[in-house]
Design a protein around this ligand. Structure first.
Ligand code: 5RP
Length: 294
């Protein structure tokens, strides 16, 4: 009980100032609950409404991918430059220091390895464990057009229901199988299905032609995957073009951790995402930071 001795009469009602609470800038997220929006703000920087997610979850079906052999050595030093880390619960518990207080996006689907049919996934995390781990979102792979399309969409809708119960956002990750077209028509289909079925935000691949139609047709934020390793200049150009065409960030893995200078690369990507730095300037920044040992 507070000491009530000396309590002053209240008088600061500011009747001339209308009550205001700044609404979230995030597309399509205005009607979400407080906990969910608070978690989204651990992923998307509130000042820009954009994010640099560092994706290191590849091991859940690929094993120790190049650059991820020793996450403690190669990835933990990059954490200060990422807005969010996307990883599995195994890596989170064993290698990510609990002093890391930014958002964690937890890989929540899995099952098959690269040796099997990848679309045959199931939900791989109990919602209670996700809550215990204090994660900011759950990520689930969706294989539109894949062999187990319905199962993967059902995984997502189950997680959306569980996430809604506890205020945890769900990231629908559109997977592109070997035989699927990587064009705007497919990306519009896949991202829109994820959003319609309740994903809080959606991850997809950038396409050179018509990407702005993908972001326009998706009623929730889109982040792009980095995809296979390309040159630093190309990856920075892709990030720039995606942001200028309506993406709200990147969820980039190999183009950061397989870069010659991962710390320099993630800082350059961050400038592109949060400050609209143009590709040439971002590449110059990358090279400068690389020379400085970044
Ligand atoms: C794996 C994933 C990865 O997180 C995603 O592919 C991002 O990594 P990259 O930029 O290397 O493509 O979702 O299923």
């Amino acid at each position: 009980m507070p000491d009530i001795e000396g309590t002053k009469d209240t008088h600061d009602y500011y009747p001339d100032i209308p009550q205001q609470v700044e609404p979230t800038k995030l597309k399509g997220c205005g009607s979400l609950g407080w906990g969910m929006v608070n978690r989204l703000n651990n992923i998307f920087r509130p000042e820009t409404g954009r994010t640099v997610m560092l994706a290191v979850d590849h091991g859940y079906f690929m094993g120790p991918t190049s650059g991820l052999e020793r996450i403690d050595v190669t990835i933990v030093p990059l954490l200060p430059f990422a807005d969010t880390l996307m990883c599995t619960r195994g890596i989170l518990r064993s290698l990510v220091p609990p002093t890391y207080t930014r958002g964690i996006v937890l890989r929540a689907s899995g099952g098959p390895s690269i040796l099997k049919e990848l679309s045959n996934e199931e939900i791989a995390v109990d919602i209670e464990d996700a809550i215990r781990l204090n994660v900011s979102a759950l990520a689930v792979q969706v294989f539109v057009g894949g062999e187990y399309e319905t199962r993967s969409l059902h995984n997502m809708t189950r997680l959306v229901d569980l996430g809604n119960r506890y205020g945890i956002p769900v990231l629908g990750v559109t997977a592109v199988g070997r035989d699927m077209a990587r064009d705007a028509k497919y990306m519009r289909l896949a991202t829109r299905i994820c959003a319609e079925l309740g994903a809080t935000y959606v991850k997809t691949y950038f396409v050179e032609e018509g990407f702005e139609t993908v972001t326009a047709a998706c009623p929730v934020p889109i982040v792009i995957a980095g995809g296979k390793k390309v040159s630093e200049r190309e990856a920075l150009t892709m990030a720039y073009n995606a942001i200028q065409q309506g993406a709200c960030g990147v969820d980039m893995g190999r183009n950061i951790f397989q870069s010659e200078a991962p710390a320099a690369m993630i800082q350059a990507v961050s400038q592109v995402v949060h400050h609209d730095l143009k590709p040439q300037a971002a590449f110059d920044l990358y090279q400068t930071l690389q020379r400085q040992g970044g």
